[in-house]
Design a protein around this ligand. Sequence first.
Ligand SMILES: Nc1nc2c(ncn2[C@@H]2O[C@H](COP(=O)(O)OP(=O)(O)O)[C@@H](O)[C@H]2O)c(=O)[nH]1
Ligand SMILES: [Mg+2]
Length: 222
Amino acid sequence: MSGVAWHYVIKFIITGDAAVGKSSLLVRLTDQRFLANPDPTLGVEFGSKLITIAEENKIVKLQCWDTAGTESFRSITRSYYRGAAGCLLVYDVTSRQSFTNARTWLADVREHADPHLTCILVGNKVDLCTPSSDTPASANRSREVSTEEAELWAKEEGLLFVEASAKSGENVEAAFETATRDILGKIQRGVFNDDRSPGVKLSKPKNTDLTLEESSSKGGCC
Ligand SMILES: Nc1nc2c(ncn2[C@@H]2O[C@H](COP(=O)(O)OP(=O)(O)O)[C@@H](O)[C@H]2O)c(=O)[nH]1
Ligand SMILES: [Mg+2]
């Protein structure tokens, strides 16, 4: 992806219990595909995608770090969370346990990440609650977390909220876009300072009158 133009680079982390679909959401975002049996990820995975926020007339490069492996290696989370401007806190709508555990993940994020970080709670796997032609009703697992309950908790905690499906693609890009809009609003209000918040990079540091600038791919490094 050489010669790519962007206004901002924004670092996202994706966190939550094992098997809630973190890697699948990232693959859906970057590759528009879904793997029914992905290899469990070891170590941290990275994906990058350009999105356009039309109403702001801004091109944003999302750099997304998937917390693969950190379910059992939480000690690495400090370095991993550092410098993120956005976070997808993922649970599985068919697993109450994963929703309960989201509280612990949020506590980790709050302890280690930038206090201005924008966090969006993502209830994944909604396709399992929606009968469709390729998911017969008999194959549906029952929903264990209602939309209302998750929405209420998100509101209490000051999180954005969306239900999504890495399988169908529903709301996956929208989740990142919603969080990105919120981060752009914070940038405009001066909340993110380029020196102190490495989760956001501008195409021209400290320049509020931004212009597009050529940026070559750095091969997965932030
Ligand atoms: N039905 C359904 N399955 C999903 C969805 N997202 C992930 N999965 C499945 O859930 C399992 C765990 O997914 P994975 O992305 O590895 O989870 P991670 O451990 O959080 O990274 C895999 O079998 C995926 O195919 C989804 O939106 N719908
Ligand atoms: Mg994974």
